[in-house]
Design a protein around this ligand. Structure first.
Ligand SMILES: *Cc1c(COP(=O)(O)O)cnc(C)c1O
Length: 382
């Protein structure tokens, strides 16, 4: 590609041009380019990005550990907050060990190519996040895809892979809560299948941590699933309210990641204060305060969409133009609700994606419901 302008013209003609906008005030009531909007575009499901105790921990961490980590952990050593955070994550996930990365994307890109390679097979749900798809490609393993949440298709795939090779490593990759649809994977059935066909499960809990589970640690945080998910991936950038990613797994796999995960080895560790604050945030998620926040979140979900079980509420529009138009009109009504287009979602299924938070006032969620009803009633009637 010698000429970016040509590509940009094509992207624009397809209704797919994205631009960065400036946010002047953060939180649920944001200011963006001079306009105050209710923010339904964040993944801050419990409002912890604005929690005073998390902010306090960040400041405390800077005072104790400085601003940056200054080197990869393999070069300089690990600052104590990273090790403590990993212990906390492992305990909360009922796993032997955990490893922190600088983002969820980096966690997937580092771990998956360390788990499978040439001669192995990786089996992904069709709607898996880009980080999982890119990591699968990078791994060099054979990639197979099953239609979204179709366990019977997954069974057929696993059966045929095993028939050809009884010994190869099979890694099944899926998400707890699908990021653009807000639906759940059928975890019980998937685990039955991975166990039947001697495959490992890699579960991306990015949108489930903070929201689901007995102690708020995700879909696998349930007595029925304990110790059955080989790799539990997550991010510290959504409900945890900060940034970073992690994998929880057996001690041996974690030791292998320390030696093989290139996004871990060849990247400077995140600032130790982020790990320090993430511990505080996870503590809140797992406490009775976390339970209270989850109740408030569930209440908001019930107001916007009584059918929905997660904070992600998609409104399918179809064409890129109609999704952009709908998003613009919601903005005129004072709501920031992004239009999500290909390649984030399949072509022809462009949508509004509203993400709810415990920090949204219930009255605002009610008003949003009313506006959506008006708009989609109007656009759909003759
Ligand atoms: C956001 C997200 C990631 C990436 O996490 P970051 O910490 O933002 O890099 C991975 N998987 C899923 C499903 C996500 O939604």
């Amino acid at each position: 590609m010698r000429n970016p302008a040509e590509s940009l013209r094509q992207i624009s003609a397809d209704g797919l041009l994205r631009k960065l906008r400036t946010i002047e005030a953060p939180g649920m009531r944001i200011a963006r380019e001079g306009r105050e909007l209710w923010n339904f575009a964040s993944n801050d499901y419990l409002g912890l990005a604005g929690h005073p105790a998390v902010a306090e921990a960040l400041i405390e961490g800077v005072q104790q550990f400085g601003a940056g980590a200054t080197a990869s952990r393999l070069v300089s050593g690990s600052h104590s907050p990273h090790l403590q955070l990993e212990e906390d994550i492992a305990a909360a996930k009922h796993a032997e060990a955990a490893l922190a990365f600088s983002s969820g994307f980096a966690a997937a890109m580092g771990a998956i190519p360390a788990i499978v390679g040439k001669g192995d097979t990786i089996v992904l749900d069709k709607l898996c996040h880009a980080s999982l798809v890119d990591a699968a490609r990078l791994s060099g393993a054979t990639i197979r895809v099953f239609p979204h949440n179709r366990v019977e298709k997954l069974r057929q795939l696993l059966e045929s892979i095993r028939k050809k090779d009884a010994a190869s490593h099979i890694l099944v990759v899926t998400e707890s809560v699908f990021s653009m649809d807000g639906d759940l994977c059928p975890l019980a059935e998937i685990l039955d299948l991975t166990e039947q066909f001697d495959a490992d499960l890699f579960l991306d809990e990015a949108h489930a941590v903070g929201v689901l589970g007995e102690t708020g640690m995700g879909l696998a945080d349930d007595a029925a699933f304990r110790k059955r998910v080989a790799f539990q991936m997550g991010t510290l950038s959504k409900s945890v309210g900060l940034s970073g990613g992690y994998i929880a797994a057996s001690r041996e796999w974690i030791d292998l990641f320390i030696n093989r995960a290139r996004s871990f080895i060849y990247s400077t560790a995140p600032p130790p204060t982020i790990a320090h604050a993430a511990r505080r945030s996870l503590e809140i998620i797992r406490s009775s305060e976390g339970d209270t926040l989850r109740s408030a979140l569930r209440f908001n979900i019930s107001l916007l969409d009584p059918q929905q079980t997660t904070p992600i509420v998609p409104v399918i529009c179809g064409s890129n133009a109609s999704a952009i138009d709908a998003s613009g009109r919601m903005e005129d009504n004072g709501f920031l609700i992004p239009a999500i287009r290909w390649p984030t979602v399949p072509r022809g299924s462009a949508r509004l994606r509203a993400s709810l938070s415990a920090a949204h006032p219930a009255d605002v969620v009610r008003e949003l419901r009313t506006r959506l009803d008006e708009m989609f009633y109007k656009t759909q009637s003759p």
